[in-house]
Design a binder for this molecule. Sequence first.
Ligand SMILES: Nc1ncnc2c1ncn2[C@@H]1O[C@H](COP(=O)(O)OP(=O)(O)OP(=O)(O)O)[C@@H](O)[C@H]1O
Ligand SMILES: [Mg+2]
Length: 508
Amino acid sequence: MTGTVLLECDDLVKVFPGVRALDGVGLRLTAGTVHALLGENGAGKSTLIKVLTGVHSPDGGTLTWCGQQVQLRSPLEATRTGIGVVHQERNLIPGFSVAENITLQHPPSHYGLIDRQAMTAPALACLAELGVDLDPHQPVRELSVAQQQLVEIAKALHTESRVLLLDEPTASLSPQEAEHLFEVVRRLAGQGACVVFVSHKLEEVFAVCDTVTVLRDGRSVLESAPLAEHTHDDIVGLMVGRAHTATELRPRTVDRSATPTLVLDAVSTAGGHRDISLEVRPGEIVGLYGLVGAGRSELVKAVLGLDRITGGEVRVHGTPARITSPRQALHEFGIGYVTENRKEEGVFLEQPVVRNITVTVWQRLAKAFGFVSAREERDTAQDLVDRLGIRVSGLQQNAGELSGGNQQKVSLAKWLAADTKLLVIDEPTVGVDVRTKRAFHELIWDLAADGLPILLISSDLAEMVTLADRIVVMTDHRVRGEVDNDHDYDRVSGRVIRLIHDRDAVRS
Ligand SMILES: Nc1ncnc2c1ncn2[C@@H]1O[C@H](COP(=O)(O)OP(=O)(O)OP(=O)(O)O)[C@@H](O)[C@H]1O
Ligand SMILES: [Mg+2]
């Protein structure tokens, strides 16, 4: 029923050692609405979601379900109450099939035995509702990040919850996949559910949400208000606590006659790339743009030795290079690689922040000083923590305790601290808030201004047009052309999009 208040919380408090992650949060979730939960990295969004789903017990405040005060002592209790969730960190069992993961919480059973055959039909129904075509028998470890995220969402749909909490569900979805998810979300709200939606992409939020709550430093600074009464700038102002200014473009000059640091000359790979040629010069930011699945990350991985190069040549500093691993790429050729899959590959969750950041500088520091002084290590790490505004209670805090966005910043800081001769950055700002995005763009410009060549992969066209000097456009594992970037968004994005759709385009 539309209008009924399903879940309500008042004055919620959650304390972790050194931080009040929630410090008086109120929220009212009404049937038939899509509710945006917004805030900067570390504001408390995921913590709130974990309290509302029985993962964390609150240290203060009350929870009310359909007018009755309740306590949610475990995730199972929350599921039984009617609260479904997709957590920001993935929660799938890698060795289990798609169908097993989707039906895990409510497995169909037959005389007390779990019926594997009977899992397939409901799993397929949930996938079909999302418009996703996946083999229900495939183990989820074989899926891409985006596919795993879709399985998570299908799993939440399977519990048929009245309140559905989605913590950054679109972070690694393509625009088409996200569009599909929004249709499902609207449909669920139309059927009387309340869907809570966490995202750093405000365009999405304005397109799909009705009401909004904004968290800042663990407090709700805007509570369950109609979104239509607020502008984009209002909301950003509430999140950051002051008026927001967009990234200002910097004038840039690149010496196009300099010898390129990295050259790909007609490269083919076992992964299906054909005839890929590109160059990155000192101080130049080259964008590699394409839709999800175009083969951009795979190309970079092949260059770094993670997939086989079957034809053509890779040259680094003018000499042909046979790179066999990212480790060798770093130590012999000075190539740093910030992966898109930071969660799994980028951060050591059990290690303190300081060690995470300085792990790649270890050798350099050891060489320069004969030993690594704790002070040297600390200063390097502190400098980056300050520049990127990473929210930590101290450098000794374990990276695993940081909010999702702050973990990403740590993995980026690690590479920025390294003494690299070329930096490859894959999707730098997925999941980071607006203020950090800007700090990050400025950092990339600083690095390029110091002469570092940068190869940037991003699915965010606006980010590409802001940062890149040239944009190389890929579809289907081929380069379709190159666009010189004069930062005029309409003109440049128009040319990029034409290249994507005009498959017969020749390299200009
Ligand atoms: N298990 C934990 N132990 C200690 N501190 C924690 C833990 N979980 C979260 N925190 C801290 O609580 C604060 C809020 O984190 P939370 O994950 O809720 O942020 P968030 O709003 O979801 O941010 P993001 O947009 O980066 O995902 C942060 O300072 C974080 O470091
Ligand atoms: Mg979070």
